[in-house]
Ligand binder design. Sequence first.
Ligand code: NFE
Ligand code: MG
Length: 564
Amino acid sequence: MKRLVIDPITRIEGHLRIELELEGNRVKRAYSSGTMVRGIEIILRGRDPREAWAFAQRICGVCTTVHAFASIRAVEDALGIRIPRNASLIRKLMIGTLFVHDHVVHFYHLHSLDWVNPVHALKADPVKTSELARNVSNYEKSSPSYFKEIQEKIRQQVERRQLGIFSKGYWDHPEYRLPPEANLLLLAHYIEALNWQTQIVQVHTIFGGKNPHPNFAVGGMPCSIDLQSDTAINTERLSRVKSLIDSMLDFVEKVYIPDLMLLAGFYKNWFERGEGIGNFLVLGEPDGDSHREGKFFIPPTFIRNRNLKAYEDVDYSKIEEYVAHSWYSYSVGDDKGLHPFEGETLLNYTGPEPPYEHLNVEGKYSWLKSPRYEGLSAEVGPLARVLAMYARGVDMVRESVSSSLSKLGLPLEAMFSTMGRTLARGLETQLYARAMQGWYKELLDRIKGGDTKTFDGSRWEPSTWEREAKGLGLMEAPRGSLSHWVHIREAKIHNYQCVVPTTWNGSPRDAKGQPSPYEASLVGHEIAKLEEPLEIIRTIHSFDPCLACAVHLYYGDSSALVLI
Ligand code: NFE
Ligand code: MG
C-alpha cells in the first residue's frame, strides 16, 4: 500500500505529522503523530501549587490563558477555595476574549486559505465585490475603492513574486471553488482581522497586565477595582473593556459569520466528509469557576455514536489515558489506561531517532497519549460543544444551528463533517461574544452596588491546607475540553497531569487499536493531487490542531532529552 507523509502540517500550533495509507488516491488508514515533546507536567512536580499556573500557562501561546485557568481552578478545587464572583466575571471576560480572538484568527489566518485563493482574487471586479459584501452584511467597510486598494496590494505582491504570507499555497489546485469576488472579500477580511486582533487582546492587558500569558492568582484575580484610582480597574478602563467587547460582537456578527456562511455555501460537499468518530465529549465550562457548584455555562455532556437524543452526563472517573502507541511507558504496563490522578509522565523514550522514513504504526508512534472516555475515543471542541448544547435544547444554539443549516439547505447530519466543525466554531464564537455583554453588565452592576472584591486570601497560607489534597480544574478551551489534575502533598505538587483538547482529538491509536478523531476523520478522503494534499489539510485544519498543548514536552536534540 502506498504511504503518504505530510510533515509538518503547517498553519497550526506545534509539530504534527500525518501518515496515510492509500489505495490509489483514497485514504484507507490515517495516523496522527505529535513529534515534539516538552516537560511541563514533570517541571511542575515538587513546586508550590500556587505558582503552577505560571508554568502551565507556558504550555501554549495560542490558547494563552487556558492552562493558567485550568491550573488555578484545579488548585482552588483541591484547597476548597471559592473565589469572589467579581473574579469569576473578570475571568469569564478574559475567556470570552480568548474564544473570540482564537476562533477569528483560526478562521482567517489558519484555515481560510484552505478555501480562499488570493491569486484568484486578482480577477475580481471591485464593484461586484462591493455588491456582494453589501448583500451578505452591513459591515461599513464595503466600498469598491476599499476592495480595489486591497486587490492592488495583492497584485503588487504577486507581480513581484513576493507572496509573503500567501507564499507556498496550492494556488493552482482545482479544488478552490470560490468566485473571484468572494476570494477578494474574504481576503480583505483576512487583512482586516490581522489588525483587529491586536486591539481586542487589550481586555487581557487591562485585567491581567499583558498578553499573551496574563497574570492570575489562586483565590481570585490579581487586579484591584477602584473607580477613582489611576492604577486600578477604574471607570476609564471599564469603558475601554465595554468598547472592546462591543467591537468583538460587531466583528463576529458583521464579518466572521457572514464570511463563514458565504464560504460554506460554495463548499457544501465538505458537509459530507471528515466526520471522525461520532462520539463527542464536553467536560464542561462551569458557570462560576468550580464544577462542584453543578452549574455550567457549557454543560458536561457525552454523545455516543451521534445519538443527540440520548445525550449523557459526564462521569470524570471514566477518563483514562493510554500509551500503547505513545512513546511513554507505564509502571502498570503499556496496555493499561490510567486515570489522570494516577497518571504517569515518564521519559522512557522508546521510539526511533529522527530522521526516520515512516512511523512504526504497529508500535509506538506519537508523543501524544491517548485519552479515552469509558474506553472510547471521542471528539472534543466546538462541534462537540455545539452538539451538546443543541441536544440539551439551549435556545440560542438551537436557533443558530437551525437557521444556518436551513439557509444552506442542509439537514442536521451535515454538522458531522469537516465544514460542520468549521461552522460550529463560528456559532460558538457568537455565543461567547453575546455572553460577554451579560458578564460585563453583571460585573458593572456589582461594582456600582459597592462590591469590589476580587480575591479571597483565606486559604493562601499553606499552614491552612490539608496534608493531601487532589483537585480537578476544568476549562472549555477553544479547541475543546481541557482538564488539569493536581495532587498536592505537604504543600507541594506531588503529581500534575494535563489532559488537553488536541490530545483527545489528535492522539494515536489506543491499546484496543481505536483511532483518534483526526485519524478516523481522514479515512475515505480522495486526494486529487498527491503532491498537494489539500483535502487532508482542510479536514485536519477544521480541528484547529495545537500540538504544543497536546504534548508539552520538548525533545531537544538526538542525544539528550532537554526539559525547558
Ligand atoms: Ni495550544 Fe489549547 C486550546 C488547550 S488545545 S491551543 O484551545 O488546552 O490542544
Ligand atoms: Mg498530559
